[in-house]
Ligand binder design. Structure first.
Ligand code: AMP
Length: 187
């Protein structure tokens, strides 16, 4: 199986590039943000809990996220692999992902770090908020999400370097150019 972690700050292009990877490699996609937004839309108990965190730009507790991830992963049948988009976001999540995959005889193949400067992230997210109406894409919440990314999520780069899975991708440029670099990194 080809199991990819697509990594990067909010607005780095993970969702867009994931769609292309899914199309080219025929693997399944797990976006934990999309899972949570669907729960909110359906007004489930999980959605109600998640909304409080998302609106504040904070992360949902690890234990909850890890359970969600495992159940989505196990729902895929005859999968050729999975792209993890927006997960892991903390060291405990990365460790839990490793254990979960190992229990299923799997491993992460590669971690792609989409690197985009912070001013560009701000510009992209504000634009996305205006176009999509995503509630957490407003200036105040974006700033909080970037702090959370820098403090809680960014340390995962070192984690995956230690695992020998880390690949840096320059996240500025054309979508086609970035995708070509991604394909090279996947190999
Ligand atoms: P995203 O669409 O990936 O930017 O996620 C939107 C929001 O959902 C984040 O700001 C978090 O509040 C929450 N979220 C998504 N994925 C995770 C995760 N792996 N761990 C904790 N919170 C998450």
């Amino acid at each position: 199986m080809l199991n990819i972690v697509i990594f990067g700050a909010p607005g780095s292009g993970k969702g867009t590039q994931s769609e292309r990877i899914v199309e080219k490699y025929g693997i399944n996609h797990i976006s934990t943000g999309d899972v949570l937004r669907a729960e909110i839309k359906n007004n489930t108990e999980l959605g109600k809990t998640a909304k409080g965190y998302i609106d504040q730009g904070q992360l949902i507790p690890d234990s909850l996220m890890i359970d969600i991830l495992a159940s989505v992963f196990d729902s895929f049948q005859d999968s050729k692999g999975v792209i993890f988009d927006g997960f892991p976001r903390t060291i405990p999540q990365a460790e839990a992902l490793k254990v979960m995959l190992k229990e299923r005889g799997q491993d992460i193949s590669v971690m792609l770090d989409l690197d985009v400067p912070e001013e560009e992230l701000m510009t992209r997210l504000i634009k996305r908020g205006q176009e999509s109406g995503r509630a957490d894409d407003n200036e105040e919440t974006i700033k909080k999400r970037l702090v959370v990314y820098n403090t809680q999520t960014s340390p995962l780069k070192e984690f995956y370097k230690g695992e020998g899975k880390y690949k840096h991708i320059q996240g500025l440029g054309t979508m086609d150019g970035i995708f070509a670099d991604i394909c090279k990194a996947i190999g």
